[in-house]
Each structure stands twice: as structure tokens, then as C-alpha cells.
Design a protein around this ligand. Sequence first.
Ligand code: NAP
Length: 238
Amino acid sequence: MRLSGKIALVTGGTSGIGEGIARRFGAEGATVVLTGRRADLGDQIAKEIGAATFVPGDLTSPETRHALVAAVEAHGGLDVLVNNAAAFGDTLTDQVTDDEFDRIVGLNFRAAYLVTRDVVPYLIRKPGGRIVNISSIGVTRAWPGASVYNASKAALESLTQTWAHEYGPYGLTANALTLPIVDAPMSLAAREHVDLEAIPSRRIGTVADVADMAVFLAGDESGYLNGARIPLDGGQTA
Ligand SMILES: NC(=O)c1ccc[n+]([C@@H]2O[C@H](COP(=O)([O-])OP(=O)(O)OC[C@H]3O[C@@H](n4cnc5c(N)ncnc54)[C@H](OP(=O)(O)O)[C@@H]3O)[C@@H](O)[C@H]2O)c1
């Protein structure tokens, strides 16, 4: 029960990594607020976690963000924010439409920024606040077709460092988990092309690997780790 008594907000909690983190946080004693557009899934996951509230809606809309703040208020505060919700794109730059650009940047960068802006006053009410940003290996290891996605994650990693400076003095830490292909839905199509020989740990990372690190970053043991971009990649960038 390493997160006992903590209140955590996980964006994109209806599938994959966000769902895994939300469930694990609940198992570690946290009260969890999770978000996503798929209300049926979100309600079911919240029910299974127990001490959890699902806030349905598109994170790019102000109404959803207001509802999240209301949920945080209802729980009496916030200790942990996990910026996990994200959209992917697989389009060469000269083919990217305005809509695709806005969809990816609007969620991965703009919404993450605005959600953080809205809830950080709760995170700094007392020392121990935590921000965990879910990023991608694409920030430093690019591939064709991911220009908007990779740049949006670079923005999130940059924010990680600025937030460490802005709110570190209040006892908050902000860290990023920089993930390669993980056994989770967003990378389903790419997984069959993974060369295990190129991964020192000789396996693909799992949602459980990410949840383990998220628990550490959300908990009291990581208090002096701040502004870090952590490559959770089985040694792929070593
Ligand atoms: N899977 C990988 O291999 C991998 C690798 C590197 C980094 N990552 C990062 O890890 C995170 C999770 O990946 P994943 O594979 O678990 O993805 P996923 O299964 O596709 O989950 C994405 C989550 O974001 C939510 N979401 C998407 N658009 C939204 C919107 N407009 N408003 C609100 N919520 C929205 C989805 O919920 P709804 O559909 O219900 O809205 C879902 O809960 C992302 O930040 C991703 O960039 C993943």
C-alpha cells in the first residue's frame, strides 16, 4: 500500500498504460480519478478499482477539464497527476492535415498543459505533490511519420523540466517516463517489427513495467528525483 491516502488523477485511464496505472494505484491504496471518452469502459474500471471516480469526456474540451477539477475538489485535493492520454499519428509531414496536427498537439501537449495548469494549485497545497508525464522514445529516436507525435512528446518532456523548476520549491516533483514500444494498444501495429536482439533486456516492456515505475514516481521514495526524463526501455537507448 505504497500510495495509501493519496489521491491520484490519471488521464486516459480507459485502456492500456493509463488503465494499468490506475488499477495499480488503486491496489496501492490510492483514491483514483480517471478520465477518457469511453464511458462504459471507464465506469467499469472505476467500479473494479473501488475507490475511484471516472470522469467521462474529451480531454481537449474545457467542460471535461472543469469536471476533473470538480472531481478533485470533491475528493478534497490531489497528490498525483499522471499525464498519459495521448493520440498517435503516422503521416509524413508533407501529408499532415491541419486537423491531424490539431488533434495530436491538442491532446498530447495543449490538454496536458491545461490540465496541469488547472490542478497544480491542488498538487502544491502540501509537499509531496507528483506529476508523472508519459513520453516516448521518439523524442530522441525518431522514425518517419511521427513528426507531430514525437514533437508533442518533446514538448511534454520540456514541460517536465520547467514544472520541476516552478513547483519543486513547493515539494512537488515532475518526471517523465520515456517509453519505447510497450505491450499496450497504441503501438499494436508496430510491435510485430520489433527486433528483440536490439533490446538489451531481450523483451518488450509491459504495462506492469510502466505501472511499477509510476508507483515509484508517485510515492514518497522518489522525492529527490525531479525534472528527470527516465528511459524505461530495457536498455534500448543505452
Ligand atoms: N503503447 C506504446 O507502445 C507506447 C509507447 C510509447 C509511449 N506511449 C505512451 O503511453 C501512453 C498510453 O499509451 P497506450 O498504448 O496505453 O494508449 P491507448 O491504449 O490508446 O490509450 C490512450 C488513452 O488516452 C485516452 N484518450 C485518447 N484520446 C483522448 C481524448 N481526446 N480525450 C480523452 N482521452 C483520450 C483513451 O481513452 P478514450 O479512447 O476512452 O478516450 C485511452 O484511455 C500515451 O501517452 C502514449 O503516447 C505508448
